[in-house]
Ligand binder design. Structure first.
Ligand code: ATP
Ligand code: MG
Length: 261
């Protein structure tokens, strides 16, 4: 797949060996890191750099990651939610959990089966989340029709769902996300935590688009919460910035190696 992407970018220069910046979840092991790097070299890269996803997300969201201040980024993706506090170019405290977009979809599938005997496909569940999902009560609750398969008759059935019921159905994975933010705040050194209270938490990833997730986090942590502009693109943008400005990359990698040394 990497080779195909590289070929697409370098359409007319088949023999160029590109430099790659690959982003990985912060929780992966050294062995997994190395195999990602290996895959990059096998795909024909001249050099492969590995950057933590939350670091890339923070850079992509425009946070001052190199300054001696505390920055908190919460990246709610499909598979994982990554919470990280970054200062002086390094991740100071972080946590990666499996509660994210996909587990919210699964919670909706489970709820519909249990409460309504209705079997939903993955795509339908995701659509339901995007159209009616929320983490905090909405100023005006919504309604929409959901289509699934009746579990006893096996026939298609349509049901009207409300946003408040959908919110109840997805409450657990959402609560897990809030808990992970609390845990990381707990692990954060006091001065940096103080900076975060002043500057706020930045939400990135597709999950940042979930209605009311910012409001819920604000209420639960008493800290300002901002949704990044184009949250779905922060990690890619941050990685892009690392490729374009190699000194940004260098200082991130240097800070990381200092931390792990
Ligand atoms: N408007 C929306 N409301 C709620 N969730 C959304 C919305 N738009 C996208 N999502 C969800 O965001 C998730 C994808 O986000 P993103 O692209 O950041 O994940 P990813 O980077 O591919 O995953 P990971 O970071 O776990 O590797 C999906 O679960 C998708 O359903
Ligand atoms: Mg992601």
């Amino acid at each position: 797949m990497l080779r195909a992407f590289i070929a697409r970018v370098h359409r007319r220069r088949y023999f160029t060996k590109p430099r790659l910046v690959v982003c990985v979840p912060s929780g992966i092991s050294a062995v997994e890191r190395r195999s990602v790097q290996e895959a990059g070299y096998l795909a024909g890269a001249r050099h492969v750099w590995i950057v933590d996803e939350p670091m890339a997300a923070a850079i992509g969201a425009g946070l001052p990651v190199h300054e001696p201040t505390g920055n908190m980024v919460v990246d709610v993706g499909g598979g994982t939610t990554e919470v990280a506090v970054i200062s002086l170019g390094a991740v100071v405290a972080s946590m990666s959990i499996r509660s994210a977009g996909d587990s919210i979809d699964r919670a909706l599938v489970d709820w519909m089966a249990k409460e309504h005997d209705l079997l939903l496909g993955e795509r339908t569940a995701e659509n339901l989340k995007v159209s009616l999902g929320s983490a905090y009560p909405l100023p005006e609750e919504l309604e929409a029709e959901v289509r699934g398969r009746d579990m006893s008759s096996g026939l298609p059935r349509t049901l009207t769902m409300t946003s408040s019921e959908v919110r109840r159905a997805m409450a657990q994975p959402v609560a897990d996300i809030v808990d992970s933010v609390r845990t990381v705040l707990d692990k954060t050194p006091p001065e940096l935590a103080g900076d975060i209270v002043d500057r706020g938490i930045v939400l990135t990833g597709g999950g940042a688009l979930l209605r009311g997730l910012d409001e819920l986090l604000r209420r639960e942590t008493q800290i300002p919460v901002h949704v990044a502009t184009d949250p779905l693109e922060c990690v890619a943008r941050g990685a892009g910035k690392c490729v374009e400005e190699l000194d940004v990359l260098r200082s991130v990698l240097l800070a990381e190696s200092r931390r792990t040394a």
